[in-house]
Structure formats: C-alpha cells, structure tokens
Design a protein. Sequence first.
Length: 486
Amino acid sequence: MNLQKLLKNLHLLVPYQGEDPEITSIENDNRKVQKGSLFICIKGYTVDGHDFAESAVKNGAAAVLAERPLSLDVPVILVKDTTRAMAVLADVFYEQPTKNLHLIGITGTNGKTTTSHLIEKIFSDAGQKTGLIGTMYTKIAEKTIETKNTTPESLTLQKTFNQMVEAGVDIAVMEVSSHALDLGRVHGCDYDVAVFTNLTQDHLDYHKTMEEYKRAKSLLFAQLGNTFDHQKPKFSILNADDPASEMYNRSTAAHVITYGIDNNADIQAKNIHMTSSGTKFDLHVQTEKFPIQMQLIGKFSVYNVLASIAAAVVSGISIEAVIQSIEDVKGVSGRFELVNAGQDFTVIVDYAHTPDSLENVLKTVQHFAKKKVFVIVGCGGDRDRTKRPLMAKIACEWSTNPILTSDNPRSEDPLAILKDMEAGVQGEAFRVIPDRKEAIQTAIREASEGDVILIAGKGHETYQIIGNVVHDFDDRLVAREAIEGR
C-alpha cells in the first residue's frame, strides 16, 4: 500500500502531500524494520521510539510517523498521538481482519484465561477453526506463539488477526486487559461478543482507584457499537452476581445476556456440589434445565463455565454440544492444576494473584481438605502494593499453615515486599521463607496424608523475575521434584 493512500485513513488530521513510497510493513521496533517499512515512534514507559528513528531509517524505513519534528532522509509525518494513529493504520494496512472473524473478547479481574480456553475448546469441538490470544500464548489454528502481554499492542494485534484470517480461522477468542482498553490497544477490533467475568482489586498501581479500573473495563462493552445488525448481532455477557455489571449494562447498546449463581440470570447454575474430583450442578437456560458433571473444581470454575456457555450459545452453538465440551475439559494449565507424583497429600498450583482469587481457591480447598492446608503465597514487585497485606490476611484466614514467600520481585527488594505482606497479619501464625523453592520444599517435606498444599500466584509461569534477570522457575516442576525427593 502506498504511503499517501495509507495516511488518508487519518483524514484531515494529517493532510500529507509529500513523497509516496510503497509501504511494505508497519513497525514500531527499529530492529524489525526492513526496506519499505513505515516506522512509528512510540513513547514507552522506559524508552522513546523517536530516539531510534535514525536507526530505523538505516535499516530501510521508507517513512517515519512521529509526534515531533525529526531530521531524517525520509518523509516524517507528524501526528498528535502516534499510539492512536498506529491503531488506525494497522487496522487499514492489514485490511480490517476482525471484520472477517467472529471475535469474542473477555475482560475481568479473574477468570479470563480459563474462560477463553473453555470458549476456544467449545468452538473447536464444534468443528470451527479457532484462534486464541491471551496470557499464556497466542494460537493461530494449530500454531502456538509465545506472548509477552495479556493483550498485545494494536500493531501486533491486527497483524495476528490478519494471520488468523489467512489461516482460515473462523472464531477468535481473546483476553482483554484493562491496560489494553485504557491504552487503546484494541482500537479497531470489531468484537461480536464481549464477556465480563468479575471485578475485584488489582492493577491499582496503574489505575489508582477501583472506579477508574471499573471504567476502563466498561470500554469493551461501550465499543461494541451503537447500531443493530441483525445479520451480525452484538452481545454483552455480564455476571449477574457482580455489582460492576450494572455499569456495564448501562455502557452497552448490545444485547445483554446475564449469567450467575446467586442472583436470577438468563443462564444460571443451581444445586452446586463439589468434590476433590469435580463439580456438578443444574444448568438453567431460560425454562430448560440440564444436569452438568464437570471435572473442573470450585465455584469460581462454575462462573467461568457459565460465561463460556453464554458466549457459545449466543454465537450459535447448541446447548447440548456446549455441555459435552465442558464435561470433557480436564483443566487449564496453572489453574487449579494438580501435581501428582504418587504422594498421599494434594498439591495444587494456581495462578491466584489477587485477594479475591486467592480467597476463592482457598474456599474451594475447604470442600475436600481433611487435615492441614498449606498455602505458599507472595506478591509481585513493581505492582499494586495495597493488595499485599490483603493477600497475607487471606492466606492466614483460610489456611492452617501459611507461608509467605517471593513472587517475581522484579526491581524491588523481596524482603521489603514481604514486610508489606506481614503488615496485614500482625499477631497471626505464619512463616516467612523468602526463597520460593525452599518454601515449596518445606511445605512438601512437612505435609502428611490428607493434607493440601496450595502454591499460589504464578500458575503456568515458567520463570521468576529477580531484578532484571529472568530465571527458569516452574512451581509445578519444583513441587514434583520435592515430592519425588521425599
């Protein structure tokens, strides 16, 4: 696409009449620039893309999009906000790929990853070719790609959607973080279904207040549009048991479908019974009732399943096919994942890294714990400090043997993070073992028959970030080695 044709999509804001080179790619990383690229200068938290514009030109950039004048040997197009412009240009350059996909976005504090995987499985079982974008990886049909952010920036996102279209993908499911919504990463995404899981404290280091955090998530539902296309209807799937749904209901013009357990909802679970091997409940869909016996455990899992059922049903999958898929699911990596090496006690690894998710998992453990409950928990560095004492308090309240430890301290002193946690449990019985491996080994060494050990916070992650160094670390492997070493 020629530069002038591409820039016309920014309309009167950028009346460009200069040179008109062929643009072969759009990049915001100077190291990826090749001959014919349009390089977009993005101001990041730690680096400024304008400082790398000259390097991009040396690498072959045919033009540069910037927020301030630059002295370069190629056209420099000035815009007020390169991040907003990048979303527009990426969508156009990759031929608006989401218009050719059935796109389902999931937002909420907890449950996004599990819900997205459940939805992806339902559609895959129904014979659809699927794509998935989320915390653990990106999946394009049968190809899996490692990801850095829950929701990539707009340029990566539109390129990925374009690859999905080229691969023949029918359904794309993605996690949509509050950061991505607030920063405009999903501008240009034509969602068909938006799902809300829940809202509890997290990311206040970025959003500052819960009201602002809630507002950011409302953008997903507001951005479904304001018109009604009966050939391609839009749906908002809301959790009837979460108070934030009231705001999201007001924020959207799309059809609203509710799900829940405690309050009346379009799709509701009743008569829930949990064991250490699964959960059964009655699924009520309007006037019909369906018995479900699933392998997933916990009330939080029921919510994730209900959200997934709602998203699939409004997308045209039969309720019978949906139920069969749900009952076949064994679990999602790092989400209430059992580590079994022949021991006579239970070891669970879970991603729970917010007060609400930790409490939900520990409450679920109470349903089958016969004796002691160990919980190993820490809090990440350079993240919301206010949740640290809350995490420790919940660990002490819902377990018999709480152990506070490190969890990706990043640039912070691990001992300082632990001090923040300890502030919430003064006078309680707990242990502090800063070394995460030692904490896991200690719990496993002390566990007896019938005990339960919950290793919380990292789930599927296979690394530990200390300072600026990423170390190999997998809670599941460390636990298995400790069990085998007993």
